[in-house]
Design a protein. Structure first.
Length: 477
């Protein structure tokens, strides 16, 4: 397990400089450095991005993907998503930190390449959560005084100059050519630039599939497969481990018990795991309280988005809590960006759709095996032979994407994006939803944008069909 050190991005302000040398020396704060080196900025960007993504999965994504359901009227579970302004602010602040890292003491081409990969990942988070967002002109307030940036279209954020795909291409080109540079403070890959290259290319596979209903991406996908520079095993997983010691523990470990017991197993994932005889059910969830100490422990879910009146029909002692790895130990999970298992299942989808050559079944089996290995769960000898699992040429894409959905259990927003793109698995709209019986596809823009950048916000909202939960982005139209 990698050593993890938490760095805060709340940097101390530099004291004003006086006109005399003596006064200047007296007023220097030795605990407030005037500059922050690239390594500390990199550590902070990786940690906050990874931890933020994991928390978002717990707080929202897993409910929207119907891995989990909520028993305390969490608005997200009933499709009242709000604006998620805190995450919006975090992502834009991290973009600013990346810019600072590029110019910081000790920076080099390797840092800048890694920064482009992180910028691409953050850009995808922003546009996939809010659709059109400030991008090209974002974070220009301090540099040129632009505090009202225009909103880019999602298409431009993905495919335009300086967009997600171009950033990943530029990073990969740089990482393929440098040989005498290193990065410090890398809590993701410990300075292994080859691992960063494989991560960049694997992310590109994810994002090419994201836009594959809008553009022909087959040649680019095949080139990535041919390159040999994709993740090769779980050793390449882009995931930051939580630690047993504070402050780098999984946050639910230290939360009040109610924060944990609010989330339960969804009937949706219950139905799939039970149908597949999938032993991961005992990793993801706990037996119901009423059956835990019996000879036949039972796992049971509850429908998503129930009102209080609807919930009263259920005995919560007969509804499963989330697994021990998500509560009972501080380091039972990782903060994931992307896992090798997801990549293999993405390649299985691409092969099944004819976007790349090769065997969809091989990629599929490798992806499932990798996910069982990741959770240290034995893959039953008959698992891959079950009619619900084995690829036979009938409903293969549904089987592949359902396994991918299971693989994204701890990467909740990514699971939500996959459902929005493919409609697989097919979900029942939350029972007592507050969104007109429509499955939501985005957050609303933060109210801070209405106050400070309203003209551009209104224009962007008009392009996507209104600032509502139901206005799809470009790749899912």
């Amino acid at each position: 397990m990698k050593k993890l050190i938490l760095y805060t991005s709340a940097l101390s302000l530099v004291l004003a400089v006086s006109c005399t040398k003596d006064f200047e020396e007296i007023n220097k704060n030795p605990n407030a450095p005037e500059t922050v080196s690239a390594q500390f900025l990199l550590s902070n960007v990786i940690w906050e991005a990874a931890d933020g993504n994991a928390r978002q999965g717990w707080l929202a994504g897993n409910m929207l993907a119907q891995h989990t359901s909520n028993i305390e009227f969490q608005p997200v579970d009933r499709y009242d998503l709000g604006t998620n302004v805190d995450y919006w602010n975090t992502l834009y602040r991290l973009l600013n930190d990346i810019e600072s890292m590029n110019e910081a003491e000790g920076s080099n081409d390797a840092y800048r390449a890694v920064g482009k990969i992180m910028r691409a990942w953050i850009g995808a988070q922003l546009t996939d959560l809010w659709a059109d967002v400030p991008w090209t002109e974002a974070i220009q307030g301090q540099s040129i005084g632009n505090f009202t940036p225009e909103y880019d279209t999602q298409e431009n954020i993905y495919t335009g100059a300086g967009g997600i795909l171009e950033l990943l291409d530029e990073a990969a080109t740089t990482l393929s050519s440098i040989s005498n540079q290193t990065v410090q403070g890398d809590i993701l890959f410990s300075g292994n630039l080859d691992a960063w290259l494989r991560f960049a290319n694997s992310l590109k596979v994810r994002y090419l599939l994201r836009i594959s209903e809008r553009q022909d991406v087959s040649a680019e996908l095949q080139a990535l497969v041919n390159s040999g520079n994709l993740m090769t095993s779980n050793a390449d997983n882009a995931a930051v481990p939580y630690l047993s010691s504070a402050p780098n523990q999984w946050f639910i470990f230290n939360e009040r018990i109610g924060r944990y017991t609010d989330l339960r197993m969804s009937t949706t994932i219950d139905g799939v795991l039970e149908a597949y005889n999938d032993p991961r059910i005992a990793v993801y969830f706990k037996p119901t309280a009423n059956s835990a100490n019996t000879a036949n422990p039972v796992y049971e879910g509850i429908p998503n988005g129930l009102s209080r009146a609807s919930q009263n029909a259920y005995d919560l002692g007969d509804v499963s809590l989330l697994g021990s790895i998500l509560r009972d130990v501080p380091d039972g999970i990782d903060a994931q960006f992307m896992l090798y298992g997801e990549l293999q299942l993405a390649l299985a989808e691409a092969a099944s759709r004819g976007l790349i050559g090769g065997s969809a079944a091989t990629y599929y089996q490798q992806g499932i095996t990798a996910m069982f290995d990741y959770y240290e769960t034995e893959l039953p000898a008959t698992y891959l032979l079950q009619p619900e699992v084995v690829l036979t040429g009938i409903n293969d894409l549904e089987k592949i994407l359902t396994q991918k959905w299971l693989a994204l259990f701890n990467n909740g927003h990514e699971a939500w994006f996959s459902i929005r793109r493919t409609g697989i698995p097919s979900l029942e709209v939350a029972a007592d939803n507050l969104n007109g019986d429509q499955y939501p596809v985005r957050y609303r823009y933060p109210q801070t944008e209405q106050a400070a950048n309203n003209t551009n916000r209104v224009e962007a909202a008009g392009r996507i069909g209104g600032d509502t939960y139901n206005s799809p982005g470009w790749w899912e139209n």
